[in-house]
Design a protein around this ligand. Structure first.
Ligand code: F6P
Length: 320
């Protein structure tokens, strides 16, 4: 093997640059050339790529986002796009491909694998909705972003006896809302995985206030509702002036945490080692602290990662 390629795809997240860096440095130390494909699968189809060197990745480890850029590419779900992607990889002489991205990216990776391109996928999405890995890249940094924002909110909430409704990302997964709710001591974490009754929430808020506990934090995952709707429903029921914060894309940026930097390094190096050992068609993951490999076919059939029942029990025990 002489040359491999790497791309980042789907919603970006902190740790992607660190993973690219690990792929490049590991590849170069194994006498491989590493091609960086710009803008994910779109760049592959449009033949946008560059030879990467240690200089290309210098100073990138601590930077959020992806210097190769990313995109959501619908053409990868159609045969002509898939054929062009394979053709581009053949023309550049890539004998293996590392795909860093979320669930849609892994479907694209599987299509390339089926067409003869040896692929290793790295799970990267703040949603933590990718199965067969305890954590995806970007999740830990996103959680730290949320905690910083909510800790600031708690200062003003306590100064003004206010309730804040904080909307997190996560698409249909409530992991970010639940775990940040536990970690910041929120009163509620409304997530798509657990039904909730806004009448009960409102009643309990009023009871707390009557007992003198006069400020609250309500985390709501975007898949469970909109912060403004929750705030309006609470105001309609108990008259509380509730403020909202929609964290949005703020959660996706920032310098990667030490956890994400280490995970990125482990994933990147393992991906290169796997390709060198003629292993492909796998997604890497972390399970009980070890780096594991799962067939891409199984990952795609696995649907969305389920929230660990022990986390739901922990939240309930803590009164969230
Ligand atoms: O999948 C990551 C994610 O941030 C989701 O949590 C969110 O719903 C979506 O991407 C936003 O997509 P876009 O960046 O295209 O607005």
């Amino acid at each position: 093997m002489k040359r491999i390629a790497v791309l980042t795809s789907g919603g970006d997240c902190s740790g992607m640059n660190a993973a690219i860096r690990a792929v490049v440095r590991s590849g170069l130390s194994n006498n491989l050339e590493v091609i960086g494909i710009q803008k994910g699968y779109q760049g592959l189809i449009d033949q946008q790529y560059e030879l990467l060197t240690t200089k290309s990745v210098s100073g990138k480890l601590q930077v959020g986002g992806t210097f190769l850029q990313s995109a959501r590419c619908l053409k990868m779900f159609e045969e002509p796009g898939r054929r062009q992607a394979v053709k581009t990889l053949q023309e550049m002489g890539a004998e293996g491909l590392v795909v860093i991205g979320g669930d849609g990216s892994h479907r694209g990776a599987y299509e390339l694998q089926k067409r003869g391109v040896p692929v290793i996928a790295i799970p990267a999405s703040i949603d933590n909705d990718i199965p067969f890995t305890d954590m995806s890249l970007g999740v830990d940094t996103a959680l730290n972003n949320i905690l910083h924002a909510v800790d600031c909110l708690k200062d003003t909430a306590s100064s003004h006896d206010r309730t804040f409704v904080v909307e997190t990302m996560g698409r249909d997964c409530g992991y970010l809302a639940l775990v940040s709710g536990i970690a910041c001591g929120a009163e509620y974490a409304l997530i798509p995985e657990s039904a909730y009754d806004i009448d009960e929430v409102s009643k309990h808020l009023l009871q707390r206030f009557q007992e003198g506990r006069d400020n609250s934090i309500i985390m709501v995952a975007e898949g469970a509702g909109k912060a403004q709707d929750i705030a309006d429903q609470i105001k309609d029921r108990i008259g509380f002036e509730t403020r909202i914060m929609v964290l949005g894309h703020y959660q996706r940026g920032g310098s990667p945490s030490s956890f994400d930097r280490l995970l990125a390094a482990r994933f990147g190096v393992t991906a290169v080692e796997a390709l060198l050992q003629d292993t492909s068609g796998k997604m890497l993951g972390i399970g009980c602290g070890a780096i594991i490999q799962t067939d891409l076919e199984k990952v795609i059939a696995g649907g969305r990662r389920k929230i660990d029942a022990t986390l739901l029990k922990l939240a309930a025990t803590l009164g969230i």
